[in-house]
Design a protein around this ligand. Sequence first.
Ligand SMILES: N[C@@H](CCC(=O)N[C@@H](CS)C(=O)NCC(=O)O)C(=O)O
Length: 226
Amino acid sequence: MKLYIGNKNYSSWSMRSGVLLAAFRIPFEEVLLRFDFSPGSEWTRQIAGVSPTRRVPVLVEDNGFAVWETLAIAEYVADRHPELAIWPRDVQARARARSLCAEMHAGFTRLRTVCPMNIEAFFPDVGARLWAEDEALRADVARLDAAWSEALAGSGGPFLFGEFSAADAYFSPVAVRLSRFGLPVSEAAAAYRDALLAHPAVQDWVADAMREQHFVAEDEPYRTAR
Ligand SMILES: N[C@@H](CCC(=O)N[C@@H](CS)C(=O)NCC(=O)O)C(=O)O
């Protein structure tokens, strides 16, 4: 099967699916479609051919069957691989992992808006200014910290539910955001952020993103060039 993704540097939703498949060593072919949101661009043409939402990620089986939306991709892969604990085995931990993924999917909007993922860029000064000025950002990070800390206290870590699961893949771009913007979190959340950043699947994704040489203005509120 093929996983269509966007730029590894910017595409946080692509990262979630890519890290999930890599972490569980599920074979797939990665197809990177470079973002270019100008009318008639190669991106516009290519994405229209594979994704009904014209967004990435989208997983396409060899027979052409497509699954879009990151959460649906995680569920599909878990259904296809019941031998893997993609979701925690314990039923309540599994429900909690799904709650956190759904919360990530629909929430943390201020964090996502003002601290977009940009793996190869470090913005500690922007992060410090935002932290001082932006109450909604502080509220998002406080909720994130509480959710992570509660799950980690229950499982004993190092990942949210002990072993690496879909929930951790879901938060891998958030670990990048926290580190690139230097946002302060509790000791438990910082240890988890660092465990995520040290995971081999995350490290491979980050290394690829670092090698990209593509500047996408729409994803760069704080720079005019790389
Ligand atoms: N809810 C979708 C979000 C997907 C999404 O927004 N992907 C972005 C890249 S990270 C995208 O394809 N943007 C292209 C566009 O908006 O035209 C999911 O969970 O997969």
